[in-house]
Design a protein around this ligand. Structure first.
Ligand SMILES: [Fe+2]
Ligand SMILES: [Fe+2]
Length: 294
């Protein structure tokens, strides 16, 4: 029985992590596939279409992702003292995160990673961006170490300053402990105008964790793509600009370029990992040592 082959429970409401990805895709549909009959607003009306388990997932996420919680998780994980393993090993480890009891699941983790990276490769982008497609979600191995879903996936946002009302289900922040700290709920909170995103504590999840795992090895645009790929409030809604530097804004062009590959690369023809393994192992070896710290 795989580690996540368990029924959804109170702490982990999603049947599988893809339920979050699928929800985000329905909230931000591929412009090319939008049915001409439907208006954009119909797609945007996420409250009516979100499944109960997805709502419960966001409730737990917004309730618990406080500044103190995030700092605790940074301490717990960013020393990278859990284990040493290679990137491909991590890909295979993440791929054990499946729930084959759920008939709705469309893609394994490996298929999502390969569909993302292969779509980037087909469009002729630099090889480090292809590699970024392959590794961007490896931080989801946090789930295999017992972290709850709401501390692994979900749209990310800054903590330590006011929560934007453009974040999905903003009303769920009402019970977040930071709401009771007036100093954390001003526009800037503990930050300074234009301080730069690197100085900002983001809600904790697979993005921030994987950024720290990869940060010594990849070019800066790749690191922005990894660290901020779930920061929908910024890259889709344009929020939190006042925390950014001009350099962040420049780098967000890459984050925005990456997003459609993550969201819309699902296709019925599943890449065969056996055909691709040699190519990716060579690509991994170009940028990463044999083993890295996790
Ligand atoms: Fe992700
Ligand atoms: Fe992804």
């Amino acid at each position: 029985m795989s580690l996540t082959n368990q029924p959804a429970n109170a702490g982990n409401p999603l049947n599988n992590l893809e339920e979050w990805d699928d929800f985000v895709e329905s909230r931000y549909p591929d412009p090319e596939s939008i049915n001409a009959q439907k208006k954009k607003e119909e797609f945007r009306d996420y409250r009516n279409t979100a499944r109960e388990c997805v709502k419960e997932f966001y409730r737990l996420n917004h309730l618990n992702q406080s500044l103190e919680f995030v700092k605790e998780k940074q301490k717990q994980f960013l020393g990278l003292n859990r284990m040493e393993m290679g990137i491909w090993e991590a890909v295979e480890l993440l791929n054990t995160l499946v729930d084959d009891s759920d008939p709705d699941i469309e893609l394994s983790q490996l298929e999502h990673l390969l569909q993302t990276s292969e779509a980037i490769r087909r469009d002729g982008h630099p090889d480090w961006m292809v590699l970024t497609g392959l590794i961007h979600d490896l931080g989801k191995i946090l789930c295999l170490w017992g972290e709850p879903q709401w501390a692994v996936v979900g749209d990310t946002f800054p903590v330590g300053c006011a929560f934007s009302d453009k974040i999905v289900f903003p009303e769920f922040f009402d019970d977040n402990p930071d709401k009771q700290s007036p100093g954390l709920q001003t526009k800037l909170g503990i930050y300074e105008e234009g301080c730069g995103l690197d100085a900002v504590n983001m809600s904790w999840g697979h993005d921030e964790y994987m950024y720290h795992v990869a940060k010594d090895y990849l070019p800066e645009p790749a690191l922005y793509m990894i660290r901020y790929h779930s920061f929908y409030p910024a890259h889709r809604e344009g929020e939190y600009d006042y925390l950014m530097t001009d350099h962040d804004r420049e780098m967000f062009k890459w984050v925005k370029l990456f997003n459609p590959y993550d969201l819309y690369s699902k296709s019925p023809d599943q890449p065969d990992p056996n055909d691709l393994k040699a190519y990716y192992q060579e690509l991994i070896a170009k940028y990463f040592p044999e083993k890295i710290r996790w």
